[in-house]
Design a protein around this ligand. Structure first.
Ligand code: G6P
Length: 369
């Protein structure tokens, strides 16, 4: 009812706005800036199993799978362990190689997704160690894993997942930091700067949420669109996938996420003056290359909505719309860059009069195949 929405018109908007508080809860007792430490009880209790892993296999569906793609990048980068990311529905049916030296990380908001549960069962039968990242306390997935970490973001009601995604990315970041420290694969300096930055993320998210009115305004321009393209690179490539998924789910506009460099291998053929392209072009190692993609889109008259880092005055001159984010460390960028895409999908769907909290044909938790 209206009371549970806490004054917001929809659960989805409430949950988007809750994210700074949710991440504070997620990090409470885990990220400690006074002692410069990240503590996950699972990493303490199952240190041997986690440190001996030859490989991590992340299994998930939907938005949780997108969080897994970000987790792969941060785990490989900080811990130097190979990580595979699989759709649970594919993994369970394709006779995958699983050994007792594998650690499976199962990510699920609801903890009830049938395909993810079945994939866990298969991995267990083959001797893998199972680590869960879930939200719903005491749900089926946490009960079937060897250990895990809850994301602690509170109940998520909107069918389109928002705060669970940022909670999952936060737990994966803490896991990567804690393991990298144990393994000695991260310099003390890098470790400290990421810990400090992670701690600062909720505050920076508050800044990003102030863009809500601006995003609501620009959303009105794009309700005409029948297609959208989302581009990003590196850590922001999964964010592009997630932004496209949010738009599809609640506004019913067809949207595709792509790694920006792959645009030339297909999507560029779709670009004309009717095609809005959301480009995540923050100030990181890939900036010049993504800037080049924006120029290619503009040369074909596409409409560019650019997500940039504060103070960028190059892209603001060529993009149609610019959304500025506070600067942060590259591996944590998804925690900020996801928010404007959640808001964009939300406002476009509201402008189109769609039922954002309960989109047609979708379920919050998919407990059957
Ligand atoms: C459904 C939901 C999505 C969710 C996916 C995986 O499709 O609508 O929001 O990402 O299931 O759910 P899980 O609970 O396993 O994260």
């Amino acid at each position: 009812g209206e009371i549970e929405k806490g004054g917001y018109p929809h659960f989805m908007l409430k949950e988007i706005f809750e994210q700074p508080e949710c991440l504070t809860n997620c990090m409470r007792g885990r990220v400690n800036v006074d002692t410069d430490n990240v503590v996950l009880s699972a990493v303490i209790d199952y240190k041997k199993q986690l440190l001996n892993a030859n490989r991590f296999i992340i299994i998930a569906c939907g938005t949780s799978w997108h969080a897994g793609l970000i987790g792969k990048q941060i785990l490989e980068s900080l811990c130097r362990i190979p990580v595979e990311v699989e759709y649970a529905s594919e993994f369970r049916y394709r006779n995958p190689v699983i050994t007792s030296k594998d650690v499976v990380i199962a990510i699920s908001q609801s903890g009830e997704t049938a395909d993810t549960l079945a994939a866990i069962k298969l991995a267990k039968e083959n001797g893998a160690f199972i680590y869960g990242i879930c939200n719903a306390i005491g749900s089926s997935i946490p009960r079937s894993t060897d250990t895990g970490s809850y994301i602690h973001v509170g109940p998520e009601i909107g069918v389109a997942s928002t705060k669970a995604f940022t909670g999952q990315v936060t737990v994966l970041s803490m896991l990567a930091l804690a393991l990298a420290k144990e393994k000695g694969t991260i310099s003390n300096e890098a470790y400290l700067s990421i810990v400090k930055e992670l701690h600062a993320i909720p505050q920076k998210m508050e800044e990003v949420l102030k863009l809500n009115d601006r995003i609501a305004d620009l959303s009105r321009i794009f309700t005409y669109a029948r297609n959208f393209l989302y581009l990003g690179r590196g850590y922001n490539y999964p964010v592009a996938l997630e932004g496209a998924l949010k738009l599809k789910e609640i506004s019913y506009i067809h949207a595709e996420g792509y790694p920006a460099a792959e645009m030339k291998h297909g999507p560029i053929a779709l670009i004309d003056s009717d095609m809005p392209v959301v480009v995540i072009a923050t100030h990181n190692a890939m900036y010049e290359k993504v800037l080049n993609n924006i120029q290619e889109i503009k040369a074909r008259k596409g409409k560019v909505i650019a997500i940039v880092t504060e103070g960028d005055n190059t892209i603001s001159r060529i993009a149609d719309e610019v959304i500025e984010l506070p600067d942060t460390i590259e591996c944590l960028e998804p925690l900020l860059s996801t928010i404007p895409l959640q808001l964009l999908a939300y406002h476009i769907a509201v402008c189109k009069g769609k039922n954002v909290d309960q989109p047609r044909n979708l379920a919050k938790s998919v407990t059957v195949e």
